[in-house]
Design a protein around this ligand. Structure first.
Ligand SMILES: [Zn+2]
Length: 142
């Protein structure tokens, strides 16, 4: 997606990358599948490496035009990024009215709008650089 015409008349654009208007929605079930893919992908790579068969791992995930001079970390990144995009719904946030537009399915260019109940004076911007403050002692670290 690059531009979306919001119901309020605003045009939401995610042409700039990264930006504060687009993101992804990952359900609990899809999140579980993605987190499983992380360790499965890494374990599978390491097993291929132990057998000296990185080429076999590459053939499993990439076609012949994929560059040969890519690091292991970058290849794993590319596999997992693809999996993440297969499991998430793209979202866009209107900075004018606060609507969140959510993709219907990961492979469909059709969006549904969800409008906030909050009035404009108490509404908060949701998308941006979202990171835990790590000041909450109730969170556990692995
Ligand atoms: Zn809007």
């Amino acid at each position: 997606m690059s531009k979306l015409a919001c119901s309020c008349g605003n045009v939401i654009s995610d042409v700039q990358c990264p930006n504060d208007v687009s993101g992804w929605l990952l359900s609990d079930k899809s999140g579980e599948a993605f987190f499983t893919a992380i360790h499965d992908t890494i374990d599978d790579y390491l097993q291929h490496a132990e057998r000296g068969d990185i080429a076999g791992w590459r053939r499993k995930h990439f076609n012949d035009i994929y560059p040969l001079d890519i690091s292991a970390g970058h290849m794993i990144h590319d596999v997992l990024t693809s999996r993440l995009f297969d499991l998430t719904l793209a979202t866009m946030e209107c900075e004018r009215c606060g609507r969140i537009w959510v993709q219907r399915t990961p492979d469909m260019n059709h969006y549904h709008a969800y409008s906030p109940d909050d009035s404009e004076d108490v509404r908060i911007k949701l998308l941006g650089y979202n990171e835990a403050s790590n000041e909450d002692s109730s969170r556990t670290k692995p």
